[in-house]
Write a protein that binds this ligand. Sequence first.
Ligand code: MG
Length: 451
Amino acid sequence: MGHLFGTNGIRGIPGKDLSPDVVSSVARAVAAKLGHPIVVGMDGRLSSPALKELVVSSLLESGSDVVDVGMLPTPALQYYISRGRFGGGIMITASHNPPEFNGLKVMGGNGVEVPRSVEKEIEKLVESKKPRKPVDRPGELREDRTGVEKYVAGVKSQVDVRSIKMKHFRIVVDAGNGMQALAVPQLLKELGATVKCINCEVNGAFPGRGPEPTAEKLVNLSNQVARGGYDLGVAFDGDGDRSVFCDERGMILTGDRSGSFLAEFLLRVKGKNKVVTTIATSSLADWAVEPTGSELIRTRVGSVDVTDTMIKEKALVGFEENGGFFYLPHQPVRDGAMTLGLVLWALSYYGTAFSRCISRLPRLYQRKGKTQAPNEIKYKVVEEVAKSADGAVDTTDGAKVTQQDGSWVLVRASGTEPLIRVFSESRVESEAEELYKKYMLLVEQIIRKQR
Ligand code: MG
């Protein structure tokens, strides 16, 4: 069967590689490994209701009590778990994957995705196919539909509501037919904003712009913001844990830029602290922490790595270049609506247009690309790159080569696909391009030799 858990939970196509057997065994393993009750939530995918029934009944027949919280964003489920007394939770979602996919994210009693070690134990139980022990009594099922309401109140409690309300923000929201359609319009109404909502009907076929908020898919959002004289635009991924912003001119911000902007703001208002980000994030992250003498900690790529490090280090903030942003006082997991709340707080604090706030960040040029590399050799190729690199090499995750002027290039094997990714960054555009080309060429040469 191989690895059941990927970088972010279990994913597959129901009926194909995500069979009812596997789903039910995972639920039974969760019942055996975590305490109870188990909180179960789901996204709006067409296959989610059936998978939820299967998960709930498998938990109940294993003797675990279940709280069914229905449809909600992943961070809303996590918040619900973290603020109550539960053994853990299961979210039925495939996040930003295409409509035919679905999956399971398993959370511990603190609302955070279970560590890799627990994932391995669950995998082992699923693979062992041990006959089920009869239980003395089946679990009890309770329904609670207050998850979204509690989540919205939780987000509001972390920001300066008064100063946000005074600004009467005008905002375009693109929920991409995903889960934040259930929470964000309500949150913004309570924050005194005027909202134009696009793709805000939950629809598992994702007929709008699809569940992945890449810049190319957000042209409509940009245009609506710029033409309609709005203050900003925001888009979310399918399950609502990641957010992507555009300023009042409709310029889409990368996760590096919005994350660094927010990290700098939060350190400014909260004082010196720690910030966690991944090895793939821009040097803007260093710019964000410097003014307060705070510490920047870089981890491997992956939200679970950021979360684990944040908890260990008690870091105020975490972020990723893909639009994931984590705020410890709320919860140490990425959270789209919380990020939006923090952006509004920052904009009301600075009192100027979003584009002006962002223009304070230094201009850095990036080049990103990928090349095919068979799974059997991809890690070996990256090792070879590290050996022949020209500059200081960091092998936290892949090979990151930094030059004397601060320009860097990261060569990394994808955790899930037969690919090697190459990212470069420099203050000088031609230098970013040159570094990228040089290392892409090196990667391709090594791949040819390995074959
Ligand atoms: Mg997601």
